[in-house]
Design a protein around this ligand. Structure first.
Ligand code: G3P
Ligand code: CA
Length: 242
């Protein structure tokens, strides 16, 4: 059955990429959580979507120009300010340490398309190994060189390629990289594409699907997972279909 991955946690109802958002996703029965990582000035791996803190916190500036101690002072409750108290930017380690106690899968997206953070791949992988979560993590990125590097370092951890537009026979392309899954923008996905991907043993998890009609269509195609800002809604619709 299609799995439900909560995009940046339950980002439609809680502040994205914060612990309350991840905890809410688990509470409503999501199968997995998608989250984004960047690196601070002092080499800490933090969970935040943008390269700057401008959009999602009460501060401004580049993530890479703050130490984690400095970053932790900003409130990432964003458009939900006042509803969930003070929500700090979490460390990846904080998420894994909490997540280890759950049954969740973790899709960690490396946000290294614009800034090539030094040794981001090595550090993320080392942390996954420390928590012995290799089997529960899927690494993904729009930076496919980075995914090739992850696969070289840790072939036992699943890697997935993110992309926005149609690719020609991507099951051939991913072989060269060693990736085993495709995470496409959902508009590129149709039933025959899913059938073909599955024939080649490739998992497909389209993003970001929030509308009921699109959810239903993706469930009908038997995509491996959908990535959604509304995991509670997606679970409810999925249950009503079965
Ligand atoms: O995993 C899919 C999705 O998260 C990629 O886009 O911009 O939301 O990180 P974005
Ligand atoms: Ca993401």
């Amino acid at each position: 059955m299609t799995k439900i991955f909560a995009h940046r946690g339950s980002a439609g109802t809680h502040p994205e990429n914060t612990m309350v958002s991840f905890q809410e996703a688990e509470r409503v029965g999501a199968d997995g959580i998608e989250l984004d990582v960047q690196m601070t000035k002092d080499g800490q791996i933090v969970v935040i979507h943008d390269e700057t803190i401008d959009r999602t916190t009460n501060g401004t500036g580049w993530v890479k120009e703050f130490t984690y101690r400095e970053l932790r002072k900003f409130d990432a409750s964003y458009k939900f300010a006042g509803q969930y108290g003070f929500c700090p930017i979490p460390l990846l380690e904080e998420v894994l340490s909490w997540g280890k106690q759950t049954k969740l899968l973790f899709n960690i997206e490396l946000k290294n398309g614009f800034i090539q953070y030094e040794r981001l791949e090595e550090q993320v992988i080392q942390m996954i190994k420390e928590y012995e979560m290799e089997e529960r993590v899927i690494l993904s990125s729009f930076n496919h060189n980075s995914m090739a590097r992850c696969h070289r370092i840790a072939p036992e951890i699943e890697t997935a390629l993110l992309y926005m537009e149609n690719l020609y026979e991507p099951w051939r392309y991913i072989q060269a990289i060693g990736a085993s899954a495709l995470h496409p923008y959902y508009v590129t996905v149709n039933e025959s594409f899913i059938r073909e991907a599955h024939k080649h043993g490739v998992a497909v998890r389209p993003f970001t699907i929030n509308k009921e009609a699109v959810m239903k269509r993706m469930f009908r195609y038997h995509v491996d997972a959908i990535v959604t800002d509304y995991p509670a809604k997606a679970k409810k619709i999925l249950r009503s279909e079965h």
